[in-house]
Design a protein around this ligand. Sequence first.
Ligand SMILES: Nc1ncnc2c1ncn2[C@@H]1O[C@H](COP(=O)(O)OP(=O)(O)O)[C@@H](O)[C@H]1O
Ligand SMILES: [Mg+2]
Length: 559
Amino acid sequence: MFFGVLAGFVWTIAKVALPLMARQGIHRGIELDEPNALRNWTIGIVVVALISGLCTGMRRYLAFGVAYRVETDLRLKMFAHLQRLHFAFHDQSQTGQLMSRAATDLQQIQGFIVMIPITFSNLLTIVLVAIVVMVINLKLALLALAPLPFLNYMANRFSKRIHPVAMELQQELAGVSTSVEETVTGIRVVKGFGAERVQSARMKETAARVFDRAVYAGRVRAGFMPLLDFIPALGILAVVWYGGHEVLNGRLSVADIAGFLLYVNMLVFPLRLTGQLVSQGQRAVAAAQRIEEILVTEPAIVNKANAVSLPPGNGDVVFDNVSFGYSREAERAVLENLSLTIHAGEAVALVGPTGCGKTTVARLLPRFYEVDGGSITVDGVDIRDVKLNELRTAIGIVFEDTFLFGDTVAANIAFADPEATQERIEAAAALAGAHEFISELPNGYSTEIGERGFSLSGGQRQRIALARAILADPRVLILDDATSSVDPTKEHEIRDALKTVMKGRTTIVIAHRPATIALADRVVLLDEGRIIAEGTHVELLRTSSRYREVLAQAEGAAA
Ligand SMILES: Nc1ncnc2c1ncn2[C@@H]1O[C@H](COP(=O)(O)OP(=O)(O)O)[C@@H](O)[C@H]1O
Ligand SMILES: [Mg+2]
């Protein structure tokens, strides 16, 4: 930044010197007709112009370099911070909105930093030019410069007026892209419900608002531009009119007038820019505050100061009297006094009606949320005392809604360990019952799958997600409804796979299909955040009417 400002200063001095040199050239070479003067001054002008050109290039290069570096650093910092923030934060904020907001804020800051060197140059230009013209002829200088502060003022007002309109326009444009994106990603729903017309009507409204704002922005610009263009002409008018008479009266030379005109012109751009810079600065400050707001949000779930490593073990899990609610305002906690012991290597099926808290149990174990009461231990250590990354590496989850990244099948499976060999990837896929269909894909394991893996069926996506969890080789495996969208006729394949995966590994299976439940050593029936029955599938079928009800409901829903 320092060198950028320095280059700007040299550029300014060269630029201001040029008309002075031209004036000397005209005066000495033409008016006084000194020998060689015209040639010497012309050469001098070329040299100074070269320096000016070089310096303005350097100034720009350095200014943009710094500005983009700041933007990139801030972007990376924000991205890292967003990844560190707890789940509850992401539950509340629309991450997409946040990131696009941040993108425009980053641009504002970058746009301001780029302007810093040129602003110093502009200020120096204004001071130098004012001094030079005043030395040449004080009265004419005052006349010529008088209208110019008004230019600065108008530029500032223009910038203040146009900015809110530009922001509105940007907002409306964001609305258009959201609309298009939703319609395209949800095209199955749109077409399925024959809602093309409705979507088109919505788009018509949004597009009309964009048009309206764009035209309004054009009008604001059109209103200011004539003034911004005209004001400098007043200075030129003063020079030609008053200066002309001074020349006629012999008090000023023609060369002086030519110099004056060049100088008045030289001030137009700096004054306009400085006027806009004030409001640009205010916007950059506001943008910086919004970014700061995100950066100062402390992640709620972090390593304890004296966090310990997870001791070796086979995944002994104990929920001791755990209570938990997503928000403290809620009337009833989601989980109440839940106690559950899962021995190392045991497979437990968690069964219960929708919304009873099964997924919540799964989320508490890797400490996505902090328990309100009681404690959870893994291999004898409270999870709050364990290093977070070790805890989460030790627990593998196949989520209810499978998320696949826009990458190859192999990369999706090897997500936990990008260095994994092809053999390991294929072994994991085979265990998840996915190897066969992956081999039949056009490019096998190298097939690119879409952002949401759309070219695959729900069951195929779940199996890839399962392979991903298997490759990570976790101590505790959690399968949240992981076989729900697997075709029942194919279920036996994945069931065999699951049997192998679960062997000797602590597993929590959230399921409602009897065939999947039967894989577990023990079934826990959850209702309204409490455990109401425990036993084997057969035992519960016999003893618990609620269990039979829940299974029947699930089957009914599936049918
Ligand atoms: N991120 C969340 N924020 C607030 N409430 C939630 C969140 N996730 C789930 N809930 C609520 O917690 C309760 C239990 O949900 P969940 O554990 O997903 O049930 P299940 O998996 O058994 O269907 C539900 O009432 C649900 O509305
Ligand atoms: Mg659930």
